[in-house]
Design a protein around this ligand. Sequence first.
Ligand code: TXA
Ligand code: MG
Length: 337
Amino acid sequence: METLILSSDNEDIRTAANIIKAGGIVAMPTETVYGLAADALNGKAVRKIFQAKGRPMDNPLIVHISDISQIHLLVREFPRKAEILADRFWPGPLTMILPKSDKIPDEVSAGLDTVAVRFPSHPSALRLISLSSPLAAPSANLSGSPSPTTVRHVCDDMTGRIDAIIDGGDCDVGVESTVITLAQEPPRLLRPGGITVEQLREAIGEVIIDSAVTEPLAEGQKAASPGMKYKHYAPDAEVILLDGDAEKFIEYINTNGKDGDAVLCYNEDLGRLRLPCIPIGSEKDTETQAHRLFSALRETDRLGIKQVYAHCPSKEGVGLAVYNRMIRAAGFKIIRL
Ligand code: TXA
Ligand code: MG
């Protein structure tokens, strides 16, 4: 299949909207990561997303809206707490799971009784939705690999597999949206992201952090969010997380690092490590770390790295999102120094 590369100008977004209306699939920029979009109400079109990504059919998709009035088409209930979160954080990097309406095709919700909804803030995504329909869109990567945060990443994974790619430059946040379920009480955080759990609690009070955010699923444990049971964000290189202060981190790597290894480091480590370094930001700057993480993981593949060492991130603020992605990339392996 030939994949059309489109710009973000009005004419090109209109072309993309026509592709969507005809049942095609298009990669679009959002403020978090690039998404791979189809008309959320067209089950047949949505199926093509799973094929293009190689995504298991039991992993449900997020539906993206461009106007709060569209919510009532998608959900049966919109509880007060959801209203508060929508007022506070939409448009933006927050996904809410709610009881689904009967308009949602089974392909989108993977047979669950709920649907994930997000109102993104990226102008090109909003324009595309308003010219077509609510859009089902997972991240636009091949299943298992790091989510794409630049158009180059999308082209690497999706050229020849989808109808079109809209070039919207680099994504702002760099990790996927925060996912919270309001289909149960108290609400539960299923995936940390750019909206922090501290911000959610400030808005609606108690929010439980699902154990799968930081821990592997126990044998036989059912995933609250099906996506959490799959291998994720993994580059070809083996990722090894080191938990300890900067001095121990540097000493460990300088003693144990081998040719062909590399380090995802903080800016403060530069010049002190004897392996190739890919800096992801300052130690305290978790937002920059989130912004650069997936690019850095993809960079290790481009360089043909075999083992990559990284700091075990702090779990505060946006750090929890970085931790959640890193620990999955590392297959939950941490070396305590
Ligand atoms: O920032 C984002 O959220 C990006 C952009 C494109 O919007 N999208 C994204 O989609 O990250 P995806 O499919 O890669 O991740 C969606 C996650 C998966 O872990 C999925 O299992 C979970 O949300 N999810 C979707 N619907 C759900 C539901 N009804 N119940 C529980 N988890 C759900
Ligand atoms: Mg994804």
